[in-house]
Structure formats: structure tokens, C-alpha cells
Write a protein that binds this ligand. Structure first.
Ligand SMILES: [Zn+2]
Ligand SMILES: [Zn+2]
Length: 215
């Protein structure tokens, strides 16, 4: 909580210019370089350093500043079915209420109750402004993850890869393995294992035969 925000950080925004008069509006557009791990780890994400276009609308309200906006970027990943590389244009919407940290200084109207709930609220969906500034980073990160597909596919009807040999079924729509082939392979496997068993039995063959005759 006590960490000071650095105004030089491109994801830190200053609300001083907006002022505190409810209804005041400010639009900000800014291009930033994507931070590391912006996306869904190992699935799809915005490559580190690539441009992220930020469009923010700051609105002064009684309790603080309501921030609404959209981030646009290009994410890269691969199709979960056929593993070809793919790109997705992402438009991630976000909204957050950043409150003035000291409710005592606000208008008295309706704030007695708010003050009582303050501790709980601050931990939930209301983030306090720090020196009139806020950090968009956590908001941006959550919004981008939500906007990305959990299971990206190169196209909706991607046929994926053959589960047995890995052939691309998009390029070979008629590709299949006959059931006979599978059974044959199973028999071959069985024959192979019998072969080794036989070898093992050979050494103790006589003992085995004797046992059978006794019964
Ligand atoms: Zn695919
Ligand atoms: Zn196959």
C-alpha cells in the first residue's frame, strides 16, 4: 500500500489534471511496450516489448476517479489442435474505480456509511489513488488475460493432428488408420512379448514339463 508510484512509469497515470469536480472528463491515449508475461502462460500472449495501444477515459466522480478503457495489441500463440503459430488482435476492455484515499476530505453526503465499509471495500474492487496517481498494470494484465482465448484455434473447424501419428488432418482430410491396422499392431506387439517370454521359459522348460506331468 505504501509503495510510491513512479510517474515516469508509462502505466502510471496522473489524475491531477482531471481535477476533483464530479463530471469532469479526460481522455488519454498512450502507446506502451508490453511487459513480460502479458497473456496466458504457455498458450497465447502479447510478446514482451510489442506495442499496446491504450485508450483511457477518466471520469471524476464523488468518491474518486472512474477509469474505463480499452487496450489493443497483437497476441501470439499456437493453435491448440494443430500447433501452427497464430496471431490474434486483442481488444481488452477494463474498468476500475480509483478512490480518493481519505474519505474525511470528501463531501459529507453518504460517506459515513462508506467510511464504515471502507476497510473492506479497499481490499475488494476499489483501489485507492496514490498521490493522485494510479497504476494501470494489474488492471491491464487481468483484462488482457480475460480477452484472450483459453483454447486458441487457427480456425473454428481445425481438424487438428492425428492422435496416432501426428499427421496434420487439415492437409490430409482422408487420413485415417484402419481398425485392422490397429489390431494387427496389437497382435505384433503381443507376438513380440510372447517371443521374449518364450525365451525366458526355455531355460526352465524341463522343470515346467515335469510339473505338468505330476498333476
Ligand atoms: Zn489448427
Ligand atoms: Zn495418423
Amino acid at each position: 500500500m505504501s509503495t510510491r508510484l513512479d510517474h515516469r512509469n508509462p502505466l502510471v497515470f496522473d489524475t491531477h489534471e482531471l481535477g476533483r469536480r464530479p463530471g469532469a472528463l479526460q481522455r488519454i491515449t498512450r502507446e506502451v511496450a508490453a511487459a513480460a508475461d502479458l497473456g496466458i502462460d504457455g498458450v497465447i500472449g502479447v510478446p514482451e516489448g510489442s506495442p499496446v495501444e491504450l485508450d483511457l477515459r477518466l471520469e471524476s466522480v464523488m468518491e474518486g476517479v472512474l477509469v474505463t478503457g480499452t487496450a489493443r495489441a497483437t497476441a501470439e500463440g499456437e493453435c491448440v489442435r494443430c500447433l501452427v503459430p497464430l496471431r490474434r488482435e486483442v481488444a481488452a476492455d477494463y474498468q476500475e474505480m480509483f478512490s480518493y484515499p481519505n474519505p474525511d476530505s470528501d463531501d459529507a453526503r453518504g460517506h459515513r456509511k462508506a467510511a464504515a465499509d471502507d476497510a473492506a471495500e479497499e481490499d475488494e474492487d476499489v483501489t485507492p489513488l496514490e498521490d493522485g496517481m494510479f497504476d494501470l498494470e494489474p488492471l491491464l494484465r487481468d483484462a488482457v488475460v480475460l480477452a484472450l482465448p483459453m483454447q486458441p484455434v487457427c480456425r473454428e473447424d481445425c481438424a487438428g493432428l492425428c492422435a496416432e501419428c501426428g499427421a496434420d488432418l487439415n492437409e490430409n482430410p482422408d487420413h485415417h488408420h484402419d481398425a485392422v491396422d490397429i489390431r494387427w499392431a496389437a497382435l505384433q506387439g503381443l507376438a513380440g512379448s510372447l517371443g521374449t517370454d518364450e525365451k525366458d521359459d526355455m531355460s526352465g522348460a524341463e522343470a515346467g514339463v515335469d510339473e505338468k506331468q505330476e498333476k
